[in-house]
Write a protein that binds this ligand. Sequence first.
Ligand SMILES: [Zn+2]
Length: 334
Amino acid sequence: MLPFKLVYSDDYYLPIGAHVFPAEKYRRIHDRLLETGIAEAADFVTPQPASDQDVLLVHTAQYVQKLKMGTLSAREELEMEVPYSPELVRAFWLAAGGSILAADYALQNRVAINVGGGFHHAFPDHGEGFCMIHDVAVAIRRMQRDEKITRAMTVDCDVHQGNGTAVIFAGACIPGKALPSTAASVVSPAAPTRPRNAHARDVFTISLHQENNYPMLKPASSIDVDLPDEIGDDDYLAWLDNALSSGLHQFEPELICYLAGADPYREDQLGGLSLTIEGLKRRDQLVFRAAHARDIPVMVTFAGGYAQRVEDTVTIHCNTVIAAKEIFESKVSS
Ligand SMILES: [Zn+2]
Protein backbone atom coordinates (compact mmCIF):
# COMPACT_ATOMS: atom_id res chain seq x y z
CA MET A 1 0.00 0.00 0.00
CA LEU A 2 1.37 3.38 -0.98
CA PRO A 3 1.57 6.17 1.61
CA PHE A 4 -0.42 8.39 -0.78
CA LYS A 5 -3.26 8.25 -3.29
CA LEU A 6 -3.18 7.91 -7.06
CA VAL A 7 -6.06 9.66 -8.78
CA TYR A 8 -7.17 7.90 -11.93
CA SER A 9 -10.10 7.10 -14.20
CA ASP A 10 -10.31 5.00 -17.36
CA ASP A 11 -12.13 8.01 -18.78
CA TYR A 12 -8.91 10.05 -18.76
CA TYR A 13 -8.49 8.63 -22.26
CA LEU A 14 -8.59 11.52 -24.72
CA PRO A 15 -10.71 10.71 -27.80
CA ILE A 16 -8.45 12.41 -30.34
CA GLY A 17 -7.87 9.63 -32.87
CA ALA A 18 -4.42 8.98 -34.32
CA HIS A 19 -2.29 11.66 -32.69
CA VAL A 20 1.24 12.20 -31.44
CA PHE A 21 -0.32 12.50 -27.97
CA PRO A 22 -0.53 8.89 -26.71
CA ALA A 23 -4.02 9.11 -25.27
CA GLU A 24 -3.85 5.54 -24.03
CA LYS A 25 -0.85 6.27 -21.79
CA TYR A 26 -3.00 6.85 -18.71
CA ARG A 27 -4.53 3.39 -18.80
CA ARG A 28 -1.15 1.84 -19.51
CA ILE A 29 0.42 3.61 -16.54
CA HIS A 30 -2.44 2.41 -14.34
CA ASP A 31 -2.06 -1.16 -15.60
CA ARG A 32 1.74 -1.16 -15.26
CA LEU A 33 1.58 0.15 -11.70
CA LEU A 34 -0.71 -2.73 -10.76
CA GLU A 35 1.12 -5.42 -12.75
CA THR A 36 4.48 -4.56 -11.25
CA GLY A 37 3.10 -4.34 -7.73
CA ILE A 38 4.18 -0.71 -7.33
CA ALA A 39 0.57 0.07 -6.45
CA GLU A 40 -2.49 -1.92 -5.51
CA ALA A 41 -6.10 -1.31 -6.42
CA ALA A 42 -6.82 0.37 -3.07
CA ASP A 43 -4.19 3.04 -3.81
CA PHE A 44 -6.35 4.46 -6.59
CA VAL A 45 -9.20 6.90 -6.13
CA THR A 46 -11.63 7.90 -8.88
CA PRO A 47 -12.29 11.57 -9.54
CA GLN A 48 -15.49 13.33 -10.46
CA PRO A 49 -15.45 15.92 -13.25
CA ALA A 50 -14.76 19.48 -12.16
CA SER A 51 -17.91 21.58 -11.97
CA ASP A 52 -18.38 24.45 -14.41
CA GLN A 53 -18.11 26.70 -11.39
CA ASP A 54 -14.63 25.31 -10.69
CA VAL A 55 -13.55 25.79 -14.30
CA LEU A 56 -14.84 29.36 -14.20
CA LEU A 57 -12.41 30.14 -11.40
CA VAL A 58 -9.75 30.18 -14.16
CA HIS A 59 -11.47 30.37 -17.53
CA THR A 60 -13.70 33.04 -19.03
CA ALA A 61 -17.44 32.47 -19.20
CA GLN A 62 -17.32 33.04 -22.94
CA TYR A 63 -14.69 30.33 -23.48
CA VAL A 64 -16.46 27.83 -21.23
CA GLN A 65 -19.68 28.53 -23.11
CA LYS A 66 -17.99 27.86 -26.45
CA LEU A 67 -16.62 24.56 -25.16
CA LYS A 68 -19.96 23.45 -23.75
CA MET A 69 -21.91 24.49 -26.84
CA GLY A 70 -19.36 23.35 -29.40
CA THR A 71 -19.02 26.79 -30.95
CA LEU A 72 -15.24 27.20 -31.15
CA SER A 73 -14.11 28.82 -34.38
CA ALA A 74 -12.01 26.78 -36.80
CA ARG A 75 -8.98 28.84 -35.80
CA GLU A 76 -9.57 28.20 -32.11
CA GLU A 77 -9.85 24.48 -32.70
CA LEU A 78 -6.70 24.50 -34.82
CA GLU A 79 -4.80 26.31 -32.11
CA MET A 80 -5.85 23.69 -29.56
CA GLU A 81 -4.27 21.03 -31.82
CA VAL A 82 -6.75 18.37 -30.70
CA PRO A 83 -10.07 17.76 -32.48
CA TYR A 84 -13.04 19.17 -30.59
CA SER A 85 -15.80 16.86 -29.43
CA PRO A 86 -18.20 16.92 -26.47
CA GLU A 87 -16.46 13.72 -25.26
CA LEU A 88 -13.14 15.54 -25.25
CA VAL A 89 -14.68 18.32 -23.16
CA ARG A 90 -15.80 15.70 -20.66
CA ALA A 91 -12.30 14.17 -20.54
CA PHE A 92 -10.71 17.56 -19.78
CA TRP A 93 -13.32 18.38 -17.12
CA LEU A 94 -12.54 15.00 -15.57
CA ALA A 95 -8.78 15.66 -15.62
CA ALA A 96 -9.44 18.95 -13.82
CA GLY A 97 -11.59 17.13 -11.27
CA GLY A 98 -8.68 14.72 -10.84
CA SER A 99 -6.26 17.52 -10.11
CA ILE A 100 -8.67 19.02 -7.58
CA LEU A 101 -8.95 15.65 -5.85
CA ALA A 102 -5.17 15.17 -5.94
CA ALA A 103 -4.60 18.61 -4.43
CA ASP A 104 -7.03 17.75 -1.66
CA TYR A 105 -5.30 14.45 -0.96
CA ALA A 106 -1.88 16.09 -1.09
CA LEU A 107 -2.94 18.46 1.67
CA GLN A 108 -3.97 15.46 3.78
CA ASN A 109 -1.15 13.01 2.98
CA ARG A 110 1.75 15.34 1.99
CA VAL A 111 1.73 13.99 -1.57
CA ALA A 112 -0.77 12.80 -4.16
CA ILE A 113 -0.48 12.01 -7.84
CA ASN A 114 -2.99 12.63 -10.58
CA VAL A 115 -2.28 9.98 -13.23
CA GLY A 116 -3.24 12.59 -15.83
CA GLY A 117 -3.55 16.35 -16.13
CA GLY A 118 -0.79 18.92 -16.43
CA PHE A 119 -2.47 20.82 -19.27
CA HIS A 120 -0.31 23.88 -18.88
CA HIS A 121 -0.85 25.46 -22.32
CA ALA A 122 -4.49 26.35 -21.65
CA PHE A 123 -5.20 30.07 -21.22
CA PRO A 124 -8.20 31.72 -19.56
CA ASP A 125 -9.87 32.34 -22.91
CA HIS A 126 -8.47 29.70 -25.26
CA GLY A 127 -6.77 26.33 -25.54
CA GLU A 128 -3.42 25.58 -27.13
CA GLY A 129 -0.93 22.76 -27.63
CA PHE A 130 -3.23 19.79 -26.78
CA CYS A 131 -4.62 21.62 -23.73
CA MET A 132 -8.28 22.64 -23.48
CA ILE A 133 -8.53 23.77 -19.86
CA HIS A 134 -5.84 24.24 -17.22
CA ASP A 135 -6.49 21.53 -14.64
CA VAL A 136 -3.66 22.59 -12.32
CA ALA A 137 -4.80 26.21 -12.19
CA VAL A 138 -8.38 25.08 -11.57
CA ALA A 139 -7.18 22.92 -8.67
CA ILE A 140 -5.15 25.75 -7.14
CA ARG A 141 -8.00 28.25 -7.43
CA ARG A 142 -10.42 25.73 -5.94
CA MET A 143 -8.13 25.07 -2.95
CA GLN A 144 -7.84 28.82 -2.45
CA ARG A 145 -11.58 29.37 -2.77
CA ASP A 146 -12.18 26.68 -0.16
CA GLU A 147 -9.62 28.45 2.04
CA LYS A 148 -7.48 25.33 2.30
CA ILE A 149 -4.44 27.26 1.07
CA THR A 150 -3.56 30.81 0.19
CA ARG A 151 -0.22 30.34 -1.58
CA ALA A 152 0.83 27.74 -4.13
CA MET A 153 3.87 27.14 -6.31
CA THR A 154 3.95 25.43 -9.69
CA VAL A 155 7.11 23.54 -10.60
CA ASP A 156 6.84 22.79 -14.29
CA CYS A 157 9.37 20.30 -15.64
CA ASP A 158 7.65 19.58 -18.93
CA VAL A 159 10.02 20.25 -21.85
CA HIS A 160 7.65 22.99 -23.07
CA GLN A 161 7.28 26.27 -21.24
CA GLY A 162 4.17 26.67 -19.09
CA ASN A 163 2.75 29.63 -20.98
CA GLY A 164 -0.82 29.20 -19.79
CA THR A 165 0.31 28.92 -16.19
CA ALA A 166 2.43 32.06 -16.50
CA VAL A 167 -0.45 34.11 -17.89
CA ILE A 168 -3.10 32.79 -15.48
CA PHE A 169 -0.98 33.55 -12.43
CA ALA A 170 0.76 36.70 -13.64
CA GLY A 171 0.24 39.21 -10.90
CA ALA A 172 1.52 42.48 -9.59
CA CYS A 173 5.28 42.70 -9.38
CA ILE A 174 6.92 42.35 -6.03
CA PRO A 175 9.66 44.94 -6.43
CA GLY A 176 13.21 44.59 -5.22
CA LYS A 177 13.41 40.84 -5.01
CA ALA A 178 16.18 39.74 -7.29
CA LEU A 179 16.72 36.05 -7.82
CA PRO A 180 19.59 35.16 -5.52
CA SER A 181 20.68 32.16 -7.46
CA THR A 182 20.90 33.44 -10.99
CA ALA A 183 24.56 34.28 -10.68
CA ALA A 184 25.45 30.89 -9.28
CA SER A 185 26.29 29.30 -12.57
CA VAL A 186 26.48 25.70 -11.61
CA VAL A 187 26.23 24.87 -15.25
CA SER A 188 28.18 27.66 -16.95
CA PRO A 189 28.69 29.35 -19.67
CA ALA A 190 25.57 31.22 -20.81
CA ALA A 191 23.26 31.31 -17.83
CA PRO A 192 19.83 30.39 -19.12
CA THR A 193 17.83 31.66 -16.16
CA ARG A 194 15.87 34.76 -16.98
CA PRO A 195 15.76 36.95 -13.90
CA ARG A 196 12.69 38.74 -15.19
CA ASN A 197 10.20 40.41 -12.95
CA ALA A 198 9.62 37.74 -10.39
CA HIS A 199 5.97 38.37 -9.90
CA ALA A 200 3.96 36.28 -7.60
CA ARG A 201 1.12 37.32 -5.45
CA ASP A 202 -0.47 34.10 -4.40
CA VAL A 203 0.97 31.67 -6.92
CA PHE A 204 4.67 31.45 -7.75
CA THR A 205 5.43 29.82 -11.08
CA ILE A 206 8.64 28.00 -12.01
CA SER A 207 9.20 26.60 -15.49
CA LEU A 208 12.23 24.67 -16.72
CA HIS A 209 12.00 24.10 -20.44
CA GLN A 210 13.83 23.94 -23.73
CA GLU A 211 14.23 27.46 -25.10
CA ASN A 212 14.09 26.45 -28.77
CA ASN A 213 10.71 24.81 -28.63
CA TYR A 214 7.00 25.54 -28.49
CA PRO A 215 5.67 27.96 -27.35
CA MET A 216 7.61 30.52 -29.36
CA LEU A 217 6.26 33.32 -27.17
CA LYS A 218 7.06 32.59 -23.56
CA PRO A 219 5.19 34.87 -21.17
CA ALA A 220 7.15 35.44 -17.97
CA SER A 221 6.80 32.94 -15.15
CA SER A 222 8.12 33.91 -11.72
CA ILE A 223 11.23 31.92 -12.67
CA ASP A 224 11.89 30.73 -16.20
CA VAL A 225 14.89 28.54 -16.94
CA ASP A 226 15.45 28.57 -20.71
CA LEU A 227 17.55 25.50 -21.32
CA PRO A 228 19.76 24.97 -24.37
CA ASP A 229 19.15 22.05 -26.71
CA GLU A 230 20.35 18.62 -25.65
CA ILE A 231 21.12 19.47 -22.07
CA GLY A 232 21.81 16.22 -20.17
CA ASP A 233 20.96 14.88 -16.75
CA ASP A 234 23.58 16.56 -14.59
CA ASP A 235 23.22 20.05 -16.01
CA TYR A 236 19.43 19.81 -15.96
CA LEU A 237 19.41 18.67 -12.34
CA ALA A 238 21.76 21.46 -11.34
CA TRP A 239 19.44 24.03 -12.90
CA LEU A 240 16.40 22.48 -11.27
CA ASP A 241 18.10 22.49 -7.90
CA ASN A 242 19.02 26.11 -8.43
CA ALA A 243 15.51 27.14 -9.44
CA LEU A 244 13.89 25.29 -6.54
CA SER A 245 16.29 26.80 -4.01
CA SER A 246 15.72 30.25 -5.42
CA GLY A 247 11.94 29.91 -5.59
CA LEU A 248 11.61 28.46 -2.11
CA HIS A 249 13.90 31.16 -0.78
CA GLN A 250 11.61 33.86 -2.15
CA PHE A 251 8.25 32.29 -1.56
CA GLU A 252 6.68 29.96 1.00
CA PRO A 253 3.96 27.91 -0.68
CA GLU A 254 1.43 25.79 1.17
CA LEU A 255 1.15 23.50 -1.84
CA ILE A 256 3.56 22.64 -4.63
CA CYS A 257 2.02 21.55 -7.93
CA TYR A 258 4.64 19.54 -9.78
CA LEU A 259 4.15 19.02 -13.52
CA ALA A 260 6.24 15.94 -14.15
CA GLY A 261 6.39 16.01 -17.95
CA ALA A 262 8.01 12.95 -19.52
CA ASP A 263 9.08 14.92 -22.58
CA PRO A 264 12.54 16.15 -21.52
CA TYR A 265 13.49 12.53 -22.36
CA ARG A 266 16.24 12.17 -24.97
CA GLU A 267 14.02 10.08 -27.24
CA ASP A 268 10.99 12.33 -27.13
CA GLN A 269 9.51 13.27 -30.49
CA LEU A 270 8.51 16.78 -29.42
CA GLY A 271 11.45 17.54 -27.16
CA GLY A 272 15.09 18.44 -27.75
CA LEU A 273 16.61 17.84 -24.33
CA SER A 274 18.71 14.77 -23.58
CA LEU A 275 17.64 13.42 -20.23
CA THR A 276 17.79 9.69 -19.60
CA ILE A 277 15.04 7.71 -17.93
CA GLU A 278 17.25 7.50 -14.84
CA GLY A 279 17.89 11.25 -14.97
CA LEU A 280 14.16 11.92 -15.07
CA LYS A 281 13.70 9.80 -11.98
CA ARG A 282 16.44 11.76 -10.22
CA ARG A 283 14.57 14.90 -11.24
CA ASP A 284 11.42 13.60 -9.54
CA GLN A 285 13.41 12.71 -6.43
CA LEU A 286 14.90 16.19 -6.33
CA VAL A 287 11.49 17.86 -6.39
CA PHE A 288 10.07 15.46 -3.80
CA ARG A 289 13.08 15.90 -1.51
CA ALA A 290 12.78 19.69 -1.70
CA ALA A 291 9.11 19.51 -0.71
CA HIS A 292 9.69 16.82 1.91
CA ALA A 293 12.55 18.70 3.56
CA ARG A 294 10.34 21.76 4.01
CA ASP A 295 7.19 19.82 4.81
CA ILE A 296 5.29 21.31 1.88
CA PRO A 297 2.54 19.13 0.36
CA VAL A 298 3.06 18.26 -3.28
CA MET A 299 0.45 17.45 -5.90
CA VAL A 300 1.73 15.82 -9.08
CA THR A 301 0.34 15.83 -12.61
CA PHE A 302 1.96 13.98 -15.50
CA ALA A 303 1.76 16.47 -18.42
CA GLY A 304 3.45 15.63 -21.76
CA GLY A 305 5.36 12.60 -23.00
CA TYR A 306 5.84 11.66 -26.65
CA ALA A 307 8.62 9.10 -26.67
CA GLN A 308 9.13 7.05 -29.82
CA ARG A 309 8.14 4.05 -27.75
CA VAL A 310 5.06 4.68 -25.60
CA GLU A 311 6.53 2.11 -23.20
CA ASP A 312 9.27 4.59 -22.32
CA THR A 313 6.75 7.32 -21.55
CA VAL A 314 4.88 4.86 -19.33
CA THR A 315 8.12 3.91 -17.55
CA ILE A 316 9.03 7.55 -16.92
CA HIS A 317 5.61 8.28 -15.41
CA CYS A 318 5.63 5.10 -13.31
CA ASN A 319 9.06 6.06 -12.00
CA THR A 320 7.53 9.27 -10.65
CA VAL A 321 5.28 7.12 -8.48
CA ILE A 322 8.27 5.05 -7.35
CA ALA A 323 10.26 8.19 -6.54
CA ALA A 324 7.39 9.55 -4.44
CA LYS A 325 7.14 6.23 -2.64
CA GLU A 326 10.85 6.23 -1.84
CA ILE A 327 10.91 9.77 -0.52
CA PHE A 328 7.61 9.85 1.34
CA GLU A 329 7.79 6.37 2.81
CA SER A 330 10.92 7.39 4.65
CA LYS A 331 8.88 10.20 6.13
CA VAL A 332 6.34 7.78 7.58
CA SER A 333 8.98 5.61 9.19
CA SER A 334 10.98 8.51 10.60
ZN1 LIG B 1 5.28 19.17 -23.21
